[in-house]
Write a protein that binds this ligand. Structure first.
Ligand code: NDP
Length: 272
C-alpha cells in the first residue's frame, strides 16, 4: 500500500491512473516520452522523472500504460540492464501472445511481471464498477492489488500472463458488438423519422438492460440453439429486421451482427 509507484506513459489513460493514485495518497513518479504532460499531476504532488531509467529506478512498482506492445518495448528496452530487478505491471492493451512474450523478455532481465487489462475508460478509472484484470504470479498479484486498488477493483484471472489480455480483448469484442447493435438501432430509427433521443431513453436502454444478462448467459461456442429459441421463428424475425433495414436505406454493413445471428438460426433449422 505504501510502495512507490512509477507511471510510464501519460496519455489519457496513464494520466487517469496517476490521478486516481494521487487522489488516494500514493507516492507517484511519472514519465512521458513527450515532455509537458505532467504539469497538473506534479502540481498535485507527483514527481516527474526525466527518463524511463529514473522512473523505474524510483523503486516500488512501475506501471506501463503506453499505446501498444511495441511502444512498451521501445520505451523500456534502453532502460533495462541485466539484472534489472524490480516489478513491472503492464496496463497497455495487447494480444495474448504479446503478453506471454513480454513476460519472457522481462523475465530475462530479472524483472517480475504482472500483465493487466483495464476494464474502464479514463473518466471511470477508480469509480465504482471499474475493475482491472491481472494475470501472472499469484504472490505478485497479492502484493500489487492493495497498492493499485485505487485505479479499479483488482481481479486476478490466472498465472498465465496472456489471460488478462485474452479476457480484455474478448470483453471488448462483446462491447463493440453491443455498440454495433445500438448504432444500427439508432440508424434505423433516424432513417424512418423516429425520435432518436426518446427511443434511446425509453426503449433501447431499458430493453438492452433487460436482455443483457440473457444475452451474456446465452453466448455459446456451439452451433446449437436452445429449444425455447425456436430457430425458424428467430430466422424469420431476423429476416424481417434486415428487410426493414434495407427499406430504411440503412447501410448493410451496419447490420452485420444481425446477419451472423441469422446464419446461426438457419444452420440450426437445417440441422433440425
Ligand atoms: P493515448 O493515445 O492517450 O496515449 C498513448 C501514450 O503512449 C502516450 O503517453 C504516448 O506518449 C505513449 N507512446 C506511444 N508510443 C510510444 C513510444 N514508442 N515510446 C514511448 N511512449 C509512447 O492512449 P491511452 O492513454 O488512452 O491508452 C493507453 C493504453 O491504455 C492503450 O494500450 C489502450 O488500449 C489502453 N486503454 C485505454 C482506454 C481508454 O479508454 N483510453 C481503455 C482501456 C485501456 P506521447 O505523449 O509521447 O505520444
Amino acid at each position: 500500500r505504501h510502495e512507490r509507484i512509477s507511471i510510464v506513459g501519460l496519455g489519457a489513460m496513464g494520466s487517469a491512473l496517476a490521478s486516481a493514485l494521487l487522489e488516494a495518497g500514493r507516492e507517484v513518479t511519472v514519465w512521458n516520452r513527450t515532455p509537458g504532460k505532467a504539469g497538473e499531476l506534479v502540481a498535485r504532488g507527483a514527481r516527474e522523472a526525466s527518463s524511463v531509467e529514473e522512473a523505474i529506478g524510483a523503486g516500488g512498482l512501475t506501471v506501463a500504460c503506453l499505446l501498444d506492445d511495441a511502444s512498451v518495448r521501445e520505451a523500456l528496452g534502453p532502460a533495462l540492464r541485466k539484472p534489472a530487478g524490480g516489478t513491472l505491471v503492464n496496463l497497455t492493451s495487447g494480444s495474448v501472445r504479446q503478453a506471454r512474450e513480454l513476460a519472457g523478455w522481462l523475465g530475462g532481465y530479472g524483472v517480475r511481471f504482472l500483465a493487466g487489462g483495464i476494464m474502464a475508460v479514463p473518466p471511470t478509472v477508480g469509480t465504482e464498477g471499474s475493475f482491472i484484470l491481472y494475470s501472472g504470479a499469484r504472490d505478485l498479484f497479492d502484493r500489487v492489488a492493495p497498492v493499485l486498488g485505487p485505479i479499479g477493483r483488482p481481479h486476478w484471472v490466472g498465472e498465465d500472463p496472456g489471460l488478462a489480455a485474452l479476457y480484455d480483448m474478448a470483453a471488448l469484442s462483446g462491447m463493440y458488438g453491443m455498440g454495433a447493435g445500438a448504432d444500427h438501432a439508432v440508424a434505423l430509427v433516424h432513417a424512418e423519422g423516429g425520435d432518436v433521443e426518446t427511443f434511446k431513453r425509453e426503449v433501447l436502454r431499458p430493453w438492452m438492460e433487460q436482455m443483457l444478462p440473457i444475452t451474456v448467459a446465452g453466448a455459446d461456442v456451439s452451433e446449437s440453439v436452445p429449444d425455447e429459441y425456436n430457430p425458424a421463428m428467430q430466422a424469420t424475425g431476423l429476416e424481417t429486421i434486415l428487410s426493414a433495414s434495407a427499406e430504411a436505406g440503412v447501410p448493410a454493413d451496419l447490420a452485420g451482427h444481425l446477419r451472423s445471428s441469422l446464419w446461426r438460426m438457419q444452420r440450426a433449422v437445417t440441422a433440425g
